[in-house]
Design a binder for this molecule. Structure first.
Ligand SMILES: Nc1ncnc2c1ncn2[C@@H]1O[C@H](COP(=O)(O)OP(=O)(O)OP(=O)(O)O)[C@@H](O)[C@H]1O
Length: 262
């Protein structure tokens, strides 16, 4: 039975790592409210992708808990996580190029038995991502990188997930296409899905996100509203590749983010 929770996804005090190597996550806590994009940023190797692997059941945590909409799903596998409403869009490109857009999207519905429910979901994703409907019968390999990403998003939304985990959605895309992909991420959020996003292009991702979490040394070092993080000059220099000239005025010189350390 689900308990009342104001978060759709909670990762509580997670410790996780690979084999006998040192822990990658060391007491990490991240909470994702409904219809919110939470973005994880941090240096290479900070453990951002590892957070998504733990959240989706691909990597079991050594300790801590994973709660989806009030249900503790710690220790269950990816398929079980999916059943509880958690979908994972992997890093890189995962469309099957020799299959049609329709076949790619419908793969996401393989657990749904009711044809009417599938039809309703197809209508929903085609409305959310018009290109998916327009190219429905074409081979996915004929679509551009950004369009293929939308096919991946549509596939992940077929099961009406409560939370979507997005690993580097802009990987391999040019800036203009990246901007479009982030528009689609915002549309998913506006349609009610909670999104936990990992992105190399931290500045661009924070422009779309509602909440940013900066990972360092295996835990959330700083978190707060994304606009505040973007405006923090120290953070810009450390984690966002310096400040763009036009943002220097946004937060003032001593802007304090909402939360520091744990
Ligand atoms: N499959 C694996 N086996 C062993 N170690 C791994 C594995 N995947 C990641 N690691 C290690 O875990 C640490 C965190 O990696 P992770 O990919 O989560 O970082 P990241 O923040 O996503 O990095 P990047 O920004 O470079 O993608 C790194 O030290 C990495 O070498």
């Amino acid at each position: 039975m689900a308990s009342e929770s104001k978060y759709l996804l909670e990762l509580n005090d997670i410790e996780a790592g690979y084999g006998r190597a040192a822990l990658v996550l060391r007491g990490l806590t991240v909470q994702v409210p409904p219809a919110t994009v939470v973005c994880l940023v941090g240096p290479n190797g900070a453990g951002k992708s590892t957070v998504l692997k733990v959240a989706s059941g691909m990597l079991a945590p050594r300790s801590g808990s994973i709660v989806v909409d009030g249900v503790d799903v710690t220790g269950t596998n990816s398929q079980h996580m999916l059943k509880h409403g958690l979908a994972h869009v992997l890093q890189g490109h995962s469309v099957f190029r020799e299959m049609t857009v329709a076949e790619n999207v419908l793969l996401g519905a393989f657990t749904i038995k009711d044809q009417k429910a599938i039809d309703e979901r197809v209508a929903f994703v085609q409305n959310l991502f018009p290109i998916v409907g327009e190219r429905w019968k074409q081979l996915a390999g004929l679509l551009s990188g950004g369009q293929q990403k939308q096919v991946e998003f549509a596939r992940s939304l077929m099961v009406s997930p409560k939370v979507v985990l997005l690993d580097e959605p802009s990987m391999g895309l040019d800036p203009k296409t990246t901007a479009k992909v982030f528009e689609q991420v915002a549309r998913m959020r506006d349609a009610g899905t909670a999104v936990l996003l990992v992105e190399q292009n931290a500045r661009r991702a924070l422009e779309t996100a509602d909440i940013g979490c900066v990972l360092d040394l295996g835990r959330v070092h700083i978190s707060g509203p994304a606009p505040e993080l973007l405006a923090d000059p120290a953070l810009g220099d450390l984690y966002l590749g310096g400040r763009p000239a036009d943002s220097a005025h946004v937060g003032g010189s001593t802007a304090e983010p909402a939360t520091k350390g744990r």
